[in-house]
Design a protein around this ligand. Structure first.
Ligand code: BES
Ligand code: ZN
Ligand code: ZN
Length: 498
């Protein structure tokens, strides 16, 4: 989808549809203006109560040649005093999906400039919402469908002379880059494990590095063994599919600025291994590479928008399968940190590979380490589908993530890593074990990982309950959400402007 700016009014623009957003029971200034040309039709719609502007409400009016656009699409934002940027993302997606349903190929709108919201933030939210909303995963369907052409393809925003064009164009570029990176991740996560293999993730990383002009290094199984990543290795042993440790290095800052390291779990299929999962819903475990996907997507947006920071992406990737060669409950392995780990469940594999990724991250002497993973089913029980679980060892960092969560619409909720929980993973035979009892599943994952970061400021993001949507949302079809990219980028952007 292409976006542009015009100094003509949106109803004079040569487009199929005029799209507007309004607060509940408040026809916008623009609607009142257009209504002069529409002979009071909009006022009638409000009078009859056919459209009130409630959150997510949409109403389409044919314009019978009275203005240039053939249709006027009105989308509600809900009550003004409960407004958030996410309302705008939703409204934008609902509006463009309505336009697609009506086969409108071009749209116009005024810029959204309400008190308390900057034109830039609003424009970015509208652009992001639209591109995320139009996303569909159809690659693997052979039947021709009416959505072969993405509708609409062009959207122009009307601006007045006083508006800083450059700034708005930059917000458009940012919103577009972000949403396209999220959709890229959604494609990878929706693709099954026979297509998105660890090898395929290596190809993606190499392509991204080539196109974005950044460094990519790949360790294969022998390298992983030679380096002493015994925890990661213990997960890979059961599968015949080659596994890799992928490193992407984006150096947009000064050469000696300490980098931020992102580490993402990329298990392309998690059967549980010898501690095998029940077969019901097991097909979903193709999304166990969502953390690694989020890191890839974030590296992609960095290469596109080029903020002045250094960011390293670490993506340990492999499959977790049972076989005669697989790790068994009770096995003890030595991690890269030197700590020994007793494997109680081979299904708690994510923390094993992240343990080694975190130890490896320390080699960069990073300013901050962030890991992101579909780590625990318990996250769904604790927080449901609307929050990413966040845990960490640094108050300021966690607070920064809370702010980035609110701004990006990918909200985080903190769980404690109090020392009392450490008791749960004491092992009789090794330094630690990889699971606790039935309690505090998500926290135990965090407590385990905390053992591998030393004093480096670190946060752990558990996206097990947010990486996959069981139901369609306004800018989210069923399936992969591409969660993490917007949150991570928002956080990183904050660092580069400080
Ligand atoms: N990949 C799963 C976590 C998961 C479960 C993600 C459901 C998304 C949806 C992870 O590897 C796992 O199996 N975790 C175990 C941990 C347990 C053995 C301590 C779990 O959540 O049951
Ligand atoms: Zn597992
Ligand atoms: Zn897993």
């Amino acid at each position: 989808m292409d976006f542009g700016l015009t100094e003509r009014s949106p109803w004079d623009e040569d487009v199929d549809g005029l799209l507007t957003f309004s607060f509940e029971d408040e026809p916008s200034y623009l609607l009142k203006e257009v209504d002069k040309s529409l002979k009071g039709e909009i006022e009638k719609v409000y009078k009859r109560g056919e459209f009130k502007g409630k959150k997510d409400e949409v109403y389409t009016l044919p314009t019978f040649g009275m203005i240039n656009p053939e249709r006027l699409i009105m989308v509600g934002l809900g009550k003004r005093d409960t407004f958030t940027l996410d309302r705008l993302r939703r409204a934008s997606a609902i509006g463009v999906k309505e336009a697609r349903r009506l086969k409108l190929t071009s749209l116009s709108s005024p810029l959204f400039g309400e008190e308390g919201t900057s034109l830039k933030d609003a424009t970015e939210a509208i652009v992001t919402g639209a591109i995320l909303g139009l996303y569909r995963f159809t690659e693997l369907k052979t039947e021709k469908k009416d959505d072969e052409t993405p509708y609409p393809q062009r959207w122009v925003f009307s601006i007045t002379k006083e508006v800083k064009k450059e700034a708005i164009l930059q917000s458009i570029e940012e919103g577009k880059g972000l949403a396209e990176s999220v959709n890229y991740v959604r494609d990878l996560v929706n693709s099954p494990s026979n297509i998105v293999t660890p090898g395929r993730l290596v190809e993606e990383a190499e392509m991204l590095a080539r196109e974005g002009g950044i460094e990519c290094k790949v360790f294969n199984r022998e390298d992983i063994e030679r380096l002493g990543m015994g925890a990661f290795l213990s997960v890979l042993k059961g599968s015949d599919e080659p596994a890799y440790f992928i490193i992407l290095e984006y150096m947009g800052g000064k050469k000696d600025d300490a980098p931020i390291v992102l580490a993402g779990k990329a298990i392309t299929f998690d059967s549980g291994g010898i501690s095998i999962k029940p077969s019901e819903n097991m097909e979903k475990m193709k999304y166990d590479m969502s953390g690694g996907g989020a890191v890839l997507g974030t590296m992609k947006i960095l290469t596109r928008l080029k903020p002045p920071i250094n960011v390293i992406g670490l993506i340990p990737t492999g499959e977790n399968l049972p076989s005669g060669k697989a790790s068994k409950p009770g096995d003890v392995v030595k991690s890269l940190s030197g700590k020994t780990i007793e494997i109680i469940s081979t299904d708690a594999e994510g923390r094993m590979l992240l343990a080694d990724a975190l130890s490896y991250a320390l080699r960069y002497k990073p300013k901050v380490i962030i890991d992101i993973a579909t780590l625990t089913g318990a996250c769904l029980v604790a927080l449901g589908r609307h929050a990413i679980g966040i845990m960490g060892n640094d108050r300021g960092l966690i607070e920064a993530f809370k702010r980035a969560g609110e701004a990006s619409g990918e909200r985080v909720w903190e769980l404690p890593l109090w020392e009392e929980y450490e008791e749960l993973i004491k092992s009789d035979v090794a330094d630690i074990k990889n699971v606790g009892d039935k309690s505090a599943g998500t926290i135990v994952g965090g407590i385990f990982l905390k053992n591998f970061v030393g004093d480096t400021p670190w946060v752990h993001l558990d996206i097990a309950s947010t990486a996959w949507a069981e139901k369609e949302g306004p800018y989210q079809p069923k399936g992969a959400t591409g969660v993490g990219v917007r949150l991570l980028f928002e956080f990183l952007k904050g660092l580069s402007t400080n």
